[in-house]
Design a protein around this ligand. Structure first.
Ligand code: RB5
Length: 146
């Protein structure tokens, strides 16, 4: 299951990405809101998506206007490695090296076709493990020391 959420700044792109995941990638996705363009607070949607991601060892996608606020909020949640990406190379590398479990994008900064290519790479690239796991363990230690 892929969990997806957004604020009002990410709503239009979220709708397109949700359709793309379900129809073109044939993956299951659950939309955790928001559900229209009324003004909301992005940390609430980061929390909804990230709690599911951690509880189910799943993947998530978060979209706000720039992707910045929602990625900052996501990375406050233990167990979340959220990467803000605006092109596919970063999405590939954050899966291979950082084992990112949440992708953030900006609805006002990334066009929908580019966003789809970012999502596809993010959802289909595996973590390489090896030397990268040691670094993720150090990130977990930083989180535990909070
Ligand atoms: C909302 O206006 C906007 O601040 C939000 O979508 C996001 O860009 C924050 O980082």
């Amino acid at each position: 299951m892929i969990y997806i959420g957004c604020d009002h700044g990410g709503f239009a792109l979220k709708q397109e990405i949700l359709k793309y995941i379900k129809e073109d990638l044939a993956e299951e996705a659950e939309d955790l809101g928001c559900y229209d363009t009324s003004s909301v607070d992005y940390p609430d949607y980061a929390e909804k998506v990230c709690k599911k991601v951690v509880a189910e060892n799943a993947k998530g996608i978060l979209i706000c206007g720039t992707g910045i606020g929602i990625s900052i909020a996501a990375n406050k949640i233990a167990g979340i490695r959220c990467a803000l990406c605006s092109e596919p190379f970063s999405a590939e590398m954050t899966r291979r090296h950082n084992n990112a479990n949440v992708l953030a994008m900006g609805g006002r900064t990334v066009g929908s076709e580019l966003a789809k290519s970012i999502v596809k790479v993010f959802l289909t690239t595996e973590f390489e493990g090896g030397r990268h796991q040691k670094r993720l363990d150090k990130i977990s230690a930083l989180e535990a020391a909070k």
